[in-house]
Write a protein that binds this ligand. Structure first.
Ligand code: XBP
Ligand code: MG
Length: 260
C-alpha cells in the first residue's frame, strides 16, 4: 500500500472551529476596544467569510455594510492594520484560555501520520502567530515542530482561493501534488487546493456545510473518532471507500490517492 508522502492542513475551520469561536470574538473585542459599534454576530460572520484574510474582510465589511458603496473615510481605512493587530492579540488570549478545541479526529490523524513517517505541512491564509497560538494551546509547544512546512500569510501574501499557498508548500516539500492530500473546510479552500492539483478531503463545519465541493475527493462532517464516527457527505471517491467507514486514517488516504 502506497501512503501519501505528505498531508497538508488548512487551519481555520479545518483543524478547529477558530472562525466562530476565535477570530470572530477577537474581531468584536478589537472593534469595541477601538470604540466602533461594529458587531459581527455568528450569521453575519458567516457571510463575511467569503472574503479570506482578516484585513481584507474588514475592508469588505466597511465597503458593503457600513458605508454601503460610499467612500470609506481615509482615517477609518488607515486604522485597519492596527485593528487587525489588536484582533490577533485578543485571538492569542482566547487560545491561551482554551476557547477552541481541535476538531474530532485531527489529533488522531496527525499522530498516526507522524507514526507512519508521513510528512506534515500547513497551508493557510492566517499568520504564523495565530497558528502557533492554536497549536500551543491544543497540542503543546512542540506541535509547531511537527509541521515541516508552514505556509501562511507571512510567507505567501496571495490569499485563497489563489493556489499560491499550496504551490509554495509543494515546492518547499519537493513533492508532486498527487503525492499529497490536502485538508480543507471551505469553498475558497477547495478551489485553492484543486488549482494546485492536490487531492482534497473536505471536513465541513456550520459555516461551510452546503458549499460546492464537486472537486473534492471526499466530503465529510469531520475526520472521525472511535466514539464519534464521521459521516460521508460526498466526494469523487465516496463510492470506493472501505465499509464500514468511520474515520480518515493513513491507509485509506493511500487508497484515495490510488483511485485517482
Ligand atoms: C482563513 C481566513 C483568515 C481567518 C482570520 O481562511 O480567511 O482570514 O479568518 O485570520 P483559510 P487572519 O482557513 O482558508 O486559510 O485575521 O490572520 O486573516
Ligand atoms: Mg479554512
Amino acid at each position: 500500500m502506497t501512503l501519501p508522502k505528505a498531508l497538508i492542513f488548512d487551519v481555520d475551520g479545518t483543524l478547529a472551529d477558530t472562525e466562530r469561536d476565535g477570530h470572530r470574538i477577537a474581531f468584536n473585542r478589537a472593534f469595541a476596544a477601538a470604540g466602533h459599534d461594529w458587531d459581527w454576530d455568528v450569521a453575519l460572520y458567516g457571510r463575511l467569510l467569503s472574503v479570506t484574510g482578516g484585513k481584507e474582510r474588514m475592508h469588505h465589511y466597511l465597503n458593503d455594510y457600513v458605508y454601503r458603496g460610499g467612500a470609506v473615510p481615509a482615517d477609518v481605512a488607515a486604522g485597519i492594520p492596527a485593528l487587525h493587530a489588536a484582533k490577533n492579540r485578543y485571538y492569542a488570549e482566547l487560545m491561551q484560555e482554551g476557547a477552541v478545541a481541535l476538531r474530532p479526529g485531527v489529533e488522531r490523524l496527525l499522530r498516526e501520520a507522524r507514526a507512519a513517517g508521513i510528512r506534515l505541512a500547513i497551508a493557510t491564509t492566517t499568520t504564523g502567530d495565530n497558528i502557533k497560538a492554536l497549536l500551543d494551546s491544543t497540542l503543546g509547544p512542540e506541535a509547531m515542530g511537527w509541521f515541516e512546512v508552514i505556509a501562511s500569510a507571512d510567507e505567501v501574501p496571495d490569499k485563497k482561493p489563489s493556489p499560491a499557498v499550496y504551490t509554495y508548500t509543494l515546492e518547499k516539500l519537493g513533492l508532486d501534488a498527487r503525492e499529497c492530500v490536502a485538508f480543507e473546510d471551505s469553498e475558497n479552500g477547495i478551489v485553492a487546493a484543486t488549482r494546485a492539483g492536490i487531492p482534497t478531503v473536505i471536513t465541513v463545519n456550520d459555516y461551510t456545510r452546503g458549499g460546492d465541493y464537486q472537486d473534492a475527493a471526499l466530503v465529510l462532517d469531520h475526520l472521525g473518532e472511535p466514539n464519534a464516527p464521521c459521516k460521508v457527505l460526498g466526494g469523487r471517491a465516496a463510492e470506493r471507500l472501505p465499509r464500514p467507514f468511520w474515520c480518515v486514517n493513513v491507509a485509506m488516504l493511500g487508497r484515495l490517492l490510488a483511485y485517482g
